[in-house]
Design a protein around this ligand. Structure first.
Ligand code: PLP
Length: 381
């Protein structure tokens, strides 16, 4: 939208022009079904999907590209990982473990499995938004089939200690799954080094298209398919593959791989500039969640003493997310911030600012000016 500064990169990201470029031929002339094995129309789209699988595989350092299964997004990948695991292993191991700040598509999928007769332990996070290893250790038993802990939290940006948690899950014989929708392409996620068994990713959080994602499934892990039909994706996910979307996700992964380190430094600088300026304007400001263990593109902040709705009403020129309602979809406030045990006042005055690849220094300066005039209007400067 014209004249609006986009700081909602956790909700979704704009498509990178280089991603659009690789997608376009598959929306026009290269329209073949990748499963049409008898002619060139099929071969060229099949080849594009192979390239995309290799690009995603390279970013997460999978052992083989065929450990990547394309889905419609991270929601579907999470469903496949959790339901697929419980249907494959749940008879011997009927228990699941997750954390109370997971995305709804993990929590609700686990609750669905619970309604089907499996048992669930939801471990709380501490005040910084991090899960305590001791609490997890107590929760995981020799009946646990899957431990699911997200890599980067979508509202507060906190990064969990995935390698330690995966090792803990394995020590009790459980599989480890991570919802990496917000971490994939932003922080290094090496599935072999971190011993991840299952990892969900999404295209539209990394400047790729919406409607595509993938599940990494470590070789040897058995999953029961959730979409039945043809033999696409090695029989694990039926349905004609979407060459344009897969090619877009592959290119997005490739761009993220080459720019990850420089982008981290650049975005960290923008985050610090914005945070320092906002603290100068309003010293009581509080950062929600650990500032150290955090994806640098995320700032979840509260303005104690200010009515959150009034602040947002005065910040319409910035596309941001309100931690008090929109991001949680609940009128009673974010369940994630509640999980951190924050006082009501901090929850109701919280905002999430998401800095991304296309955020410029100028955008940050303009955003600071908007905050300044909003605080002035509210008589807080
Ligand atoms: C942590 C997390 N998991 C899962 C999802 C769902 O991803 P998708 O939109 O690809 O289904 C999101 C998107 O908001 C997310 O932030």
């Amino acid at each position: 939208m014209a004249n609006s500064i986009y700081l909602d990169n956790q909700a979704t990201t704009p498509l990178d022009p280089a991603v659009l470029e690789v997608m376009l031929p598959f929306l026009t002339s290269k329209f073949g079904n990748p499963h049409s094995a008898s002619h060139a129309y099929g071969w060229e789209t099949e080849a594009a999907i192979d390239v995309a699988r290799a690009q995603v595989s390279s970013l997460i350092k999978a052992q083989e590209p065929n450990e990547i299964y394309f889905t419609s997004g991270a929601t579907e990948a999470n469903n496949l990982a959790i339901k697929g695991t419980m249907q494959a292993y749940g008879r011997e191991r009927p228990h699941m473990v997750t954390v109370n700040t997971e995305h709804k598509c993990v929590l609700e999928t686990m609750r669905y499995c619970e309604s089907m007769g499996f048992s669930l332990t939801v471990v709380p996070v501490n005040a910084k938004g991090l899960v305590e290893i001791d609490s997890l250790e107590k929760a995981i038993t020799n009946k646990t089939a899957i431990v699911s802990v997200m890599a980067v939290q979508n509202e507060i940006g906190t990064i969990q200690d995935i390698k330690t948690i995966a090792t803990l899950a394995h020590s009790k014989g459980a599989l480890f799954h991570t919802d990496a929708a917000q971490g994939f392409g932003k922080i290094p996620l090496d599935v072999q080094d971190m011993t991840i068994d299952l990892m969900s990713i999404s295209g539209h959080k990394i400047y790729g298209p919406k409607g595509v994602g993938a599940l990494y499934v470590k070789k040897g892990v058995r999953l029961v398919s959730q979409i039945h039909g043809g033999t696409q994706e090695d029989g694990l996910r039926a349905g004609t593959q979407a060459p344009a979307l897969c090619a877009g996700l592959g290119m997005a992964a490739s761009l993220a791989e080459t720019s990850m380190i420089t982008e981290h430094t650049r975005i960290r600088h923008l985050q610090e500039t914005l945070l320092n300026a906002l603290i100068n304007l309003y010293p009581p400001l509080v950062v929600n969640g650990s500032l150290d263990e955090r994806w640098v593109g995320n700032l979840n902040i509260s303005f104690p003493g200010i009515n959150g709705d009034r602040l947002i009403a005065n910040l319409r020129a910035i596309a941001l997310s309100s931690g008090s309602a929109c991001s949680s979809g609940s009128a009673t406030g974010s369940f994630v911030l509640k999980a951190l045990d924050l006082p009501k006042e901090l929850i109701s005055s919280s905002l999430r600012l998401g800095i991304g690849r296309f955020t410029t220094e100028e955008d940050i300066q303009i955003a600071i000016e908007h905050f300044k005039s909003a605080l002035e209007k509210l008589g807080k400067l």
